[in-house]
Design a protein around this ligand. Structure first.
Ligand code: BEZ
Length: 255
């Protein structure tokens, strides 16, 4: 696996972004894990949904590209297998009854190799059940951030945009190219309450370090403050910040 910078802060993630795994619980219903099934949790973060899947009696392997996330997952749930692996370089062949992935695949900017790896990881008859950011996800936040970066005189290179937010047409087509039979694809709004008074600042600090890379710290703080100020009218309602999340959910089978 290539060495890349691991920018995740697993403690901050657990303390301020617990909503990520909370929303994932309804995706578990869509997966309907059975006792004894082997399930790969792809992009497992600090392991909370892997634990919930294990509670159904499924045999779970959790993988994440971030060594810090995996270290935290192992210390929280020592009986579950957690491995550092990149979604585009998975080391499994015909091993799993299901691949499950919540709020992770939008970080994979190369969907085709990831889908091939997912397909290869599944046994014949296995299923892939995933949810992640879809077309238009967090657009108000990212547009305003780019706007403020440029207003401060910095060039924003689109290569720095950290996410892949596809339409269901595009993603289903890539799934089909990887040989999946796509049985379900849904794109929907999911306005997401973000915790705390400084929620937008925390969200930008946690998830947007790549977009702000190379900008001096003092300037970053100013940009973040302006973003929060300008977004207040749109995303701050009744005392809470609401992220403009849009999700896609997909199910595909390996026949
Ligand atoms: C999401 O879950 O949609 C998401 C989370 C962090 C950054 C971008 C998107």
């Amino acid at each position: 696996m290539k060495k890349r910078m691991d920018a995740w802060n697993a403690n901050l993630y657990d303390s301020k972004h617990s909503f990520v795994s909370m929303y994932g619980e309804s995706l578990i219903e869509l997966l309907a894990p059975q006792k004894g099934e082997k399930v790969l949790d792809l992009g497992c973060g600090t392991g909370d949904l892997a634990k919930k899947l294990a509670d159904f009696g499924a045999e779970i392997t959790g993988v994440d590209k971030s060594a810090k996330m995996i270290e935290q997952a192992r210390s929280k749930y020592p009986t579950i297998e957690f491995l550092v692996q990149d979604a585009t370089e998975l080391a499994f062949q015909h091993e799993f009854d299901a691949v499950f992935s919540n709020a992770a695949l939008h970080w994979i900017k190369q969907p085709k190799p990831a889908l091939t790896c997912i397909y290869n990881s599944l046994k014949k008859g296995g299923r892939f059940v995933a949810e992640f950011g879809g077309k238009g996800n967090v657009q108000a936040i990212s547009d305003e951030l780019v706007h403020q970066i440029e207003a401060e005189g910095f060039t924003f290179d689109i290569e720095r945009f950290p996410w892949y937010f596809p339409s269901i047409a595009e993603y289903s087509s890539f799934m089909e190219q990887a040989e999946f039979r796509v049985t379900f694809a849904h794109h929907f709004d999911r306005p997401t309450p973000l915790e705390g008074k400084s929620a937008i600042k925390n969200w930008i600090d946690m998830f947007c370090s790549g977009m702000l890379a190379g900008i001096p710290e003092r300037k970053k703080a100013g940009i973040t403050a302006k973003v929060a100020n300008n977004l207040k009218e749109v995303l701050y309602k009744d005392g809470s910040w609401i992220g403009d999340y849009k999700r896609i959910r997909v199910i595909g089978y390996k026949e």
